[in-house]
Design a protein around this ligand. Structure first.
Ligand code: PEP
Ligand code: MG
Length: 296
């Protein structure tokens, strides 16, 4: 049931009547085409941009201007609302021919932030593009596949260095808040060690596959993932409690957030921010309060 101090849903002509659970609803964006699939008036922001899917070739991914252009288009779609740009989550199941190949063992290998820290030129290029657009809108940065606090510190240093270099050239920049994906079990169990992260976003797709040791892209073991729901929810309860004691915002941006039944359980665990695929927005909107009004 809705707590007594919950914001009451405002009138909305196109919103179905029914019980309303208070939470923020955001969109996951995988491509610029996804932007068109989203009614900006219906979302509180963009909770996850999978930047690794925005670029169709290595040449595009290696163009700072191309990054800036894409991010500007995304920001322009939801003016005044937060946009979380995730650093390139390459490796694992995500290949970009000419830059990163997938391969056996890659799900446990040099993927996400591990790959970027091993390829600092690419990380710095993306950091520069983000620093530039962060001066123009409400940008947060999500670090994928974080395992240790040192990885967050290394990325923060890299952003600071690039910010100083750009500012010296007279380029307007802003250092955006750095948050982390919670999708490695070691991270989920030690959230208290990540007090330097500005916010958390739980990647239930990866968290689930690493909990059950069943690859997310292998249908033969899919029942093991589905069957490990109890383990996942126990860990999610811990994550919610740990984030609350740190006083940090925590969202869920994995596929679980797009399942209305799961969302009712997640709200009961204290989660209040869900970022979902455009195709899941209407099902979730039917449960949620209206978008938080934009200020200003
Ligand atoms: C996840 O792992 O749940 C997630 C949101 O990231 P991706 O699906 O892109 O790995
Ligand atoms: Mg993931």
């Amino acid at each position: 049931s809705v707590p007594p101090d919950a914001p009451s849903p405002g009138p909305s002509a196109d919103r179905p009547a029914g019980p309303s659970i208070p939470f923020r609803l955001e969109a996951n964006i995988n491509s610029l085409a996804d932007l068109d699939a989203v009614d900006p008036a219906s979302i509180d922001g963009i909770g996850l941009v999978r930047t690794e899917f925005l670029f169709l070739s290595a040449a595009e991914a290696l163009s700072e201007e191309r990054h800036v252009e894409s991010y500007r288009r995304i920001l322009a779609r939801v003016p005044g609302r937060p946009v979380r740009l995730r650093l390139l989550d390459l490796g694992g199941d995500k290949a970009l021919p000419g830059l990163v190949e997938g391969g056996p063992g890659s799900l446990l290998g040099e993927r996400g932030i591990r790959f970027l820290l091993a390829h600092p030129d690419l990380a710095r290029l993306q950091a520069r593009a983000i620093l530039r657009v962060a001066a123009e809108g409400e940008v947060g940065v999500l670090l994928p596949m974080v395992t240790l606090p040192q990885e967050v510190a290394a990325v923060a240093r890299l952003f600071e260095e690039e910010a100083v270099a750009l500012a010296r050239l007279g380029v307007p920049v802003r250092c955006p808040p750095l948050g982390i994906m919670v999708e490695v079990p070691a991270t989920a169990l030690t959230l208290d060690l990540f007090a330097d992260a500005a916010f958390f976003s739980v990647g239930t797709n990866d968290l689930m596959q690493y909990l059950s040791a069943a690859a997310r892209d292998n249908p033969a073991v899919a029942p093991l993932n589905a069957g490990s729901e109890t383990a996942l929810f126990r860990l999610l309860a811990q994550i919610s409690a740990a984030a609350r004691s740190l006083g940090k915002p925590v969202a869920i941006c994995g596929d679980l957030a797009g399942d209305p039944e799961a969302v009712a359980r997640l709200v009961a665990l204290g989660f209040g921010d869900f970022s979902v695929a455009p195709s899941r927005l209407s099902a979730l909107r039917a449960l949620a309060c209206p978008p938080v009004p934009v200020e200003g």
